[in-house]
Design a binder for this molecule. Structure first.
Ligand SMILES: *Cc1c(COP(=O)(O)O)cnc(C)c1O
Length: 364
């Protein structure tokens, strides 16, 4: 029997570190509703991400739905189908119509050359995804948004800690949205955040996430409930201390993968974007005319107790809940990538031997 290698493994701080972090909650009994841990964590993230404003949420998806609500988007939103269910679901759950744009074949982000052709008088926003931490063509998107007076929300769920030409990834668009889910590189078990530079959104987000309550005797907005609780914020404070270490460890794992897999016909490794300081959150490999198909590689690995992940497959427009409304053949590149991509295991304590073992099962 081989030992089981999962595609990812949630980082956890030392038990004692977490216990110390939550100790004062036993004194205060203030365990949710924006207490001390919530305030500390919010402040720590604003410093770390180098942005003026940040609102914490119960998860990344609610941050995304709240961002759509805060910007009062209407009608149609241009986005790409090569993403996690959350991006498209959020658009539709907020009463809008997603219009799917195809993606770039080399970095899998929205193909900016095709955006203008999809804009109608109903278009209110673009919601691009920095897939796997590959950064979208931010400049081109900003230009288009200005020209047509559109809002931009970046789904930056994969991008915690990334910088572009030394600028924080959290600083682009009207709003960027992050996920702190247990499977993400930086997590709070469940959690998420929206980052932005428009001060007017602070109050709006606070109402959206807490029933529209502005003070104990006044409710002036029909908000929901998506507050981050104190225990979750405490986990975030702990994990943030270890984030840079985690990235360093992953960097070495990625280096080893590249040493093993570079120069093999039919294996396309993740693009390196020169201006981007990566967080090494994922290691997506494209099997393009390789001797085995993606599904065969997936199965070969599974036979050795290695769990790779077909991430993202199926394409969103092929989901049972969408396939009657959308034709995935209209975004042929996204479809091709979804059919041939495999993310390989990566987490902090994956050993070099594990990486070599995974690669040998891909190659031999
Ligand atoms: C994880 C993820 C989300 C949703 O975040 P949750 O915290 O799980 O709600 C949204 N978009 C993308 C691209 C994701 O990977």
């Amino acid at each position: 029997m081989n030992k089981l290698i999962q595609v990812t493994r949630s980082f956890l701080p030392e038990f004692s570190e977490y216990v110390k972090e939550i100790e004062e909650l036993w004194d205060s009994h203030h365990i949710t509703n924006m207490g001390i841990k919530h305030r500390q964590f919010q402040g720590a993230l604003i410093d770390f991400l180098k942005i003026p404003y940040l609102t914490l949420f119960t998860n990344g998806h609610m941050a995304l739905e709240s961002a759509i609500e805060a910007l009062e988007l209407t009608g149609e939103v241009i986005t790409s189908p090569f993403t996690f269910a959350s991006t498209t679901h959020a658009i539709i759950r907020k009463g809008l119509v997603p219009v799917f744009c195809d993606i770039e074949p080399n970095n899998f982000t929205i193909d900016v050359k095709q955006i203008e052709g999809l804009i109608t008088e109903k278009t209110s926003a673009i919601i691009p995804i920095h897939v796997y931490g590959h950064v979208c063509d931010i400049e081109a998107i900003e230009k288009i948004a200005k020209k047509y007076n559109l809002k931009v929300i970046y789904d930056a769920a994969h991008c915690f800690g990334i910088t572009v030409n030394d600028k924080s990834i959290a600083s682009f668009g009207d709003i960027s949205v992050f996920s702190f889910h247990a499977t993400k590189i930086f997590h709070t078990i469940e959690g998420g955040a929206a980052t932005y530079s428009n001060m007017n959104l602070v109050d709006k987000f606070d109402k959206i996430k807490n029933f529209g309550i502005s003070n104990p005797e006044s409710v002036d907005y029909i908000g929901g409930n998506s507050k981050m609780n104190e225990f979750v914020a405490a986990m975030g404070l702990c994990n943030l201390r270890h984030f840079n270490d985690c990235v360093e460890k992953r960097k070495n794992i990625v280096k080893r993968y590249r040493e093993n897999l570079t120069g093999i016909k039919g294996i396309v490794l993740p693009l390196i974007q020169e201006c981007v300081k990566s967080n090494y959150a994922y290691f997506p490999v494209l099997f393009d005319d390789y001797k085995w198909t993606r599904d065969e590689v997936f199965q070969r690995l599974a036979n050795k107790a290695i769990n790779a992940r077909k991430y993202f497959y199926p394409l969103i427009s092929d989901y049972a809940c969408y396939k009657d409304k959308y034709d995935s053949n209209k975004t042929p590149i996204a479809k091709h990538i979804a059919n041939n991509i495999l993310t390989l295991p990566i987490y902090e304590d994956l050993t070099m031997e594990d990486v070599d073992f995974i690669c040998s099962n891909i190659i031999n």
